[in-house]
Write a new protein. Structure first.
Length: 110
């Protein structure tokens, strides 16, 4: 005979580990926070090096991911024009809290 709570999902909780994407520094990627939406596929964001730059949302992200002000993102600077770049990744709420706890977002002016 089984104990009463064996089939209860609350008793059988398993921790699920989700990998969080980090910027690849050698590919000119870095953390940023969106400061202004500029319409169509353009945003302004404050980068880790405390410079505000203009970024483009590529087509594959534009259709799937909605960006808002104060979202944490990964951006990739253009090697031929470092004042602009592309948005690569957007973090969700639980991922942002994990990044803050681990100290990855300390360089951002939050």
């Amino acid at each position: 005979m089984k104990p009463k709570g064996d089939n209860n999902t609350f008793n059988n909780e398993e921790e699920s580990f989700e990998r969080v994407r980090l910027p690849r520094r050698d590919d000119l990627e870095q953390f940023a926070i969106i400061t202004q939406l500029m319409g169509t596929d353009q945003v302004k964001a404050m980068c880790e090096d405390e410079k505000e730059r203009q970024f483009r949302i590529p087509g594959k992200l534009k259709k799937r991911v909605w960006l808002r002000e104060n979202d944490f993102i990964i951006v990739k600077l253009w090697d031929f024009q470092p004042t602009k770049g592309d948005v690569i990744w957007r973090y969700l709420g639980n991922q942002v809290s994990w990044l803050k706890r681990k100290g990855y977002l300390n360089k951002l002016p939050i």
